[in-house]
Design a protein around this ligand. Structure first.
Ligand code: TXA
Ligand code: MG
Length: 337
């Protein structure tokens, strides 16, 4: 099969070997990782990798991440001679980190959207590891959502977006981190965070003191092509608030944050909160955020109020996703009732 005919049958399996048999026969399979679920194909099979773009509706200029079982496989896809990259890999692989490195010429251009660099990641997740070992090939994989939607952190969320568009979902537990990996450009003299994520900047700077943050160079944003595209957006409008609202919302609304929102009980001046997710820690916030956005969409929520957090540690990645979601939903008008 050269390209997908939608809809197709999507199976859900608990067996990495079964998902591997799809990938080894030129198909795609979604799989769990500790960050979010990915949609994978054999990185050396250009036709299979094209199916990822088709299933997601992903712009062809947005490169994928090559997932490998351990750092010993990096040479198959990338030039891994950078000392900085080696130091970061030693410290953070396997884990929620992705390194952009010079690409090996034999990796098909579709994987990297024609770039001569390639993003490489070693996931820690046991099932992802089992899949990679069963395939014995690098797996090119973006997050397993329809393009523009929040990344899926459960196998059910993968189905919500891709049922009928991919042949296989490998089932696991909800992703522990809940936000995507930190992406670092290791191709320049001074490594730079292109996308904040599961490994905080503070931890990266302990290993590499000169590490540049994502906002230190506004021009650097364009270097990660994915950053240009609309991302992480639920259908609902997203509004960031520094404090939890003290009154009931005027519209059908959801709220996520570390403080509880108020409610003017019995009053008919407003709605009650349709969905509330109070999270105890920034880690729990990261873990729950994308799932909460999806639950709000399913519940017909019009506006999601998200409490801001300190942009330190995992909080930096949370604020990055919240700001993108707010920007992606700006201009969406409130449904007046
Ligand atoms: O945690 C994750 O990273 C998940 C799991 C499945 O591994 N994957 C993921 O993939 O989030 P995706 O495609 O949704 O995001 C990959 C990001 C995009 O922003 C993309 O532009 C960037 O990495 N990227 C990929 N290759 C790149 C390259 N050669 N140079 C710069 N940025 C690159
Ligand atoms: Mg993505």
């Amino acid at each position: 099969m050269d390209s997908y005919v939608f809809p197709m049958k999507t199976i859900v399996t608990d067996f990495p070997e079964e998902a591997a048999s799809f990938i080894l026969s030129g198909e795609t399979a979604a799989f769990p990782t500790e960050t979010v679920y990915g949609l994978g194909a054999d990185a050396f099979d250009a036709a299979a990798v094209r199916k990822i773009f088709e299933a997601k509706g992903r712009p062809a200029d947005n490169p994928l991440i090559a997932h490998i079982a351990d750092i010993g496989d990096a040479d198959r896809v990338a030039d891994f001679s950078s000392r900085t990259a080696q130091r970061l890999a030693e410290r953070f692989f396997p884990g929620p980190l992705t390194l952009v490195l010079p690409k090996r010429p034999d990796v098909p251009p579709v994987v990297t959207a024609g770039l001569d660099t390639i993003a490489v990641r070693v996931p820690e997740h046991e099932i992802a590891q089992a899949l990679l070992r069963a395939c014995a090939c690098p797996i090119a994989a973006p997050s397993a959502n329809r393009s523009g939607r929040p990344s899926p952190t459960t196998w059910q969320a993968v189905l919500e977006d891709l049922d009928g568009r991919i042949p296989c979902v490998l089932r696991g537990e909800p992703s522990v981190v809940g936000l995507e990996s930190t992406v670092i450009d290791c191709t320049t003299d001074i490594p730079r965070v292109l996308r904040s994520g599961g490994v905080p900047l503070e931890a990266l700077r302990e290993a590499v003191p000169g590490m540049q943050g994502p906002r230190d160079d506004p021009g650097g944003v364009a270097r990660s092509p994915g950053i240009r595209h609309r991302h992480y957006s639920p259908a609902a409008r997203v509004i960031l608030v520094d404090k939890a609202p003290s009154l009931s919302p005027r519209e059908i609304a959801g709220y996520i944050g570390m403080e509880s929102p108020g409610e003017d009980a019995g009053s008919d001046s407003g709605e009650r909160w349709r969905l509330v997710e109070r999270v105890a820690t920034p880690e729990a916030y990261a873990h729950r955020l994308f799932d909460f956005m999806r639950r709000c969409d399913a519940a017909g929520v019009e506006t999601i109020y998200c409490q801001t957090v300190e942009p330190t540690g995992i909080g930096a990645a949370i604020m990055d996703r919240l700001q993108r979601a707010e920007k992606g939903s700006a201009g969406r008008s409130l449904v007046k009732r």
